[in-house]
Design a protein. Structure first.
Length: 235
């Protein structure tokens, strides 16, 4: 009985204490206190030592980390006209790789290891809840406060359809054909025609013509806005 009372009190404390990272939950999830605390940690929180649970080998993890870090360092050195192939640079990069090996092979302190295992298990239970057991819900971040919002998937679909019908600003793509290339070529043809008519210069054409590799279609995304009354989504 005492254990049940303590458990009940902890749930009341977690769900009623107002914090800056408190999530907005618009559906009954029946979360445990530990799961709720993980949500309260917020979007920026990362559980420690995630690579300990990776399917990759230690060598693969170290190689990936080294390639990423060394590329950044080399780019910085190149920007300052500093050689990256001389003997000092080779020794420095080898020292970096040795540090990564030493760090990855170092045994975790007992307290940190227990915390890592506990938080990893909590995240797994949340993933199982959201992805397998409750396929009728959706999770995303909110506007302004940038905390989690969890609601019903059908509510999102209905509001999306309502918004698209009301604004006529978006068109649903029902096949695999993307109209982006057609839009780009049409714009390019128009700009080139304006250059021929001396309405634009070649320099202005280069400035106006977008980079094709950086283009993407405008898309609708529903983000809850709980800080505004009766406004929960925007595009």
């Amino acid at each position: 009985m005492k254990q049940q009372q303590r458990h009940h009190r902890s749930k009341i404390f977690i769900y009623t204490k107002i914090t800056a990272s408190l999530p907005f939950i618009d559906v009954d999830l029946n979360l445990t206190p530990q799961q709720m605390l993980m949500f309260i940690n917020g979007l920026k929180y990362i559980i420690p030592c995630q690579n300990r649970f990776s399917n990759q080998s230690t060598d693969q993890l170290i190689t990936k980390q080294y390639d990423k870090m060394s590329t950044i360092i080399k780019n910085c050195l190149w920007d300052h006209r500093i050689a990256t192939a001389d003997e000092r640079a080779k020794q420095a990069f080898q020292a970096l790789k040795d540090i990564l090996y030493k760090f990855q092979s170092k045994q975790l302190p007992r307290k940190l290891q227990l915390r890592t295992q506990r938080e990893h298990k909590i995240v797994q239970t949340i993933q199982k809840l959201l992805c397998r057991q409750r396929s009728n819900i959706i999770i995303c971040r909110t506007d302004k406060s940038k905390v989690f919002y969890i609601g019903k998937r059908n509510d999102f679909l209905c509001k999306t359809q309502e918004y698209m019908l009301r604004t006529q600003a978006y068109e649903e793509l029902t096949n695999d054909q993307c109209p982006l290339a057609i839009i780009y070529n049409t714009a390019k043809t128009l700009l080139e025609w304006l250059v021929k008519r001396n309405a634009l210069t070649s320099k202005q054409l280069k400035q106006l013509l977008p980079d094709k590799s950086q283009l993407e279609l405008s898309h609708y995304h529903a983000i809850p806005k709980p800080h505004k009354v009766n406004i929960f989504f925007y595009s």
